[in-house]
Design a protein around this ligand. Structure first.
Ligand SMILES: NC(=O)c1ccc[n+]([C@@H]2O[C@H](COP(=O)([O-])OP(=O)(O)OC[C@H]3O[C@@H](n4cnc5c(N)ncnc54)[C@H](OP(=O)(O)O)[C@@H]3O)[C@@H](O)[C@H]2O)c1
Length: 260
């Protein structure tokens, strides 16, 4: 099996986050356990879960049973927006279910009630200060909402996890995150892509890989975190097998051009 390690990006406050993680939405119980065990076995060191996914206990058990030192696996979980006002109880529940003392990244899953919710962000800042989350961030936020959090607290979210794929590529969004020092993390890399797109097929054929592998590699070339989900061992392998080729600058540009 591949012993390759995913490259990392440094997120505030100086935490190394592997650029490829395993998504776990819709992987429940034993499925999530088996997927995480397999992923860690083949080299993944980053798992994306959420309170809402209902699989934190299975994820935590798989990380423990892998035998890897805790500090070698990056774990993200998320506060459901409906739990605004119950931040501390929610993180305590996540830590208990995962069986860890702290998570590596804790995200506000969606803007609560569609708003930035700086009062929730203040609680996140406190949870980080108390050592329960090494890094804190948001998900599904826009730039205006991120600016509102920064203005209210002086603390910039380390990460914004948003839907991302070639079809979603937008240089202005990339720049907005870069300018604020917010690391862009993409979700649904396959579901939101047109994997039959001629440009992707052509580039995949040139490198002897699949269009999905091109999509994952394209994230890496951009330094954007990508968290493909699979519960199937062969597909978990394939999604991580992207270190035997690299995309040329012109190929990246052609893929970028598929976005809006
Ligand atoms: N923050 C948010 O609001 C948010 C929203 C959505 C997702 N996420 C996170 O992002 C992760 C990824 O997004 P996603 O699960 O929506 O979609 P995705 O990763 O784009 O696609 C997952 C789907 O593709 C299939 N698949 C994966 N690898 C494949 C391969 N090599 N060949 C063929 N089929 C393959 C999977 O099926 P199999 O499992 O059967 O392989 C699954 O049906 C989630 O799991 C979750 O952790 C976050």
């Amino acid at each position: 099996m591949s012993a390759t390690k995913s490259p990392t990006v440094t997120i505030a406050p100086g935490v190394e986050m592997p650029l490829i993680g395993l998504g776990t939405w819709q992987a429940n119980g034993n499925q999530a356990y088996d997927a995480v065990r397999h992923a860690l076995h083949v080299g993944y060191r980053h798992i994306d879960t959420a309170t809402m996914y209902g699989n934190e206990a299975a994820v935590g058990r798989a990380v423990r049973d892998s035998g890897l030192p805790r500090d070698e696996v990056f774990i993200t979980t998320k506060l459901p927006s409906g739990n605004a006002g119950r931040e501390r109880a929610t993180i305590d529940g996540s830590l208990h279910a995962l069986g860890v003392e702290r998570v590596d990244l804790w995200l506000i899953h969606w803007p609560p009630g569609g708003r930035a919710a700086p009062q929730v962000w203040e609680q996140f800042v406190q949870v980080q200060a108390d050592g329960l989350a090494r890094a804190i961030g948001v998900s599904n936020y826009d730039e205006r909402q991120i600016d509102e959090l920064i203005a209210a607290t002086g603390v910039t979210p380390a990460v914004n996890q948003i839907e991302w794929s070639p079809a979603r590529y937008d240089a202005a969004v990339v720049e907005a995150h870069r300018a604020r020092g917010v690391t862009l993390e993409g979700y649904s890399p396959f579901k939101s892509a047109n994997l039959r797109e001629r440009v992707l097929v052509e580039i995949a054929e040139r490198h002897g890989v699949t269009t999905r592998q091109v999509v994952v590699r394209w994230h890496i070339e951009h330094g954007i975190v990508v968290i493909p989900k699979s519960s199937n061992s062969a597909r978990i392998d394939a999604n991580f097998d992207v270190f035997g080729f690299a995309l040329q600058a012109d190929e990246v540009a052609r893929i970028d051009a598929l976005g809006s």
